[in-house]
Design a protein around this ligand. Sequence first.
Ligand code: AP5
Ligand code: MG
Length: 216
Amino acid sequence: MLNIILMGPPGAGKGTHAVWIAKDFNIPHISTGDMFREAMSSGSELGNKIKDVINAGGLVSDDLTCALVKERLSKPDCANGYLLDGFPRTIPQAEAFAKMGDELGIGANLVLNISCPDEVLISRIAGRRVCPHCGASFNVNTAKPKVEGICDECGTALIQRKDDNEASFKVRLENYYKSTAPLLDFYQEKGILATFDGNVDAASLKVELTTLLKVR
Ligand code: AP5
Ligand code: MG
């Protein structure tokens, strides 16, 4: 069973690889960032509460985040594997998640960590364009849509994420090094960490990840 946590700094390629892993291995893709963005665009109470923090690049509180993930992991489609993208990202979240995993009988058994140098991350983030309708993601430098500025999947005009600006990216990267990177040791000690070089083209990394996932 594939109970996977996908880790890496902002722009490393978590979302890019999560999409095909979920499809090829038939497991749900659970992205806390996507869940929060959906809450913001629906104008829900949760969305209004978190919008300023997210747009500025800060982290949503551990309590709110863990409650949301617990609810999602309790759904039946997670009983046969899952792919978590962007969670856990603090030590308290990792501890709460370990508890949830025990309670639900679905603890993580593989952590895929995508590493990438800071200067590459910033240029990827600056080039990212996303579809506000279907969530598809593109890049003006490395993953261009067929028609400039238009989503290949649904024809909607592409936008930039509100937190994809230099100031918010700086905060996100600082939070990554301060709060999230320490989790790598935590999972290394558990013997379930596999690190990949993300500073290669996405197709090459896909081959490497597939090789590992197929033998699991
Ligand atoms: P989240 O949505 O998770 O954002 P993030 O971690 O900052 O990561 P990104 O989505 O920016 O990067 P990615 O690794 O997915 O890269 P992608 O594949 O798109 O979180 C957003 C916010 O929500 C957080 O800041 C926080 O506020 C809140 N939040 C979420 N989870 C939380 C939690 N657990 N606790 C508290 N708060 C939380 O790739 C980026 C670009 O690069 C794309 O354009 C892509 O096409 C391109 N690209 C990808 N790979 C390659 C490659 N190999 N070569 C060339 N280009 C590439
Ligand atoms: Mg992402």
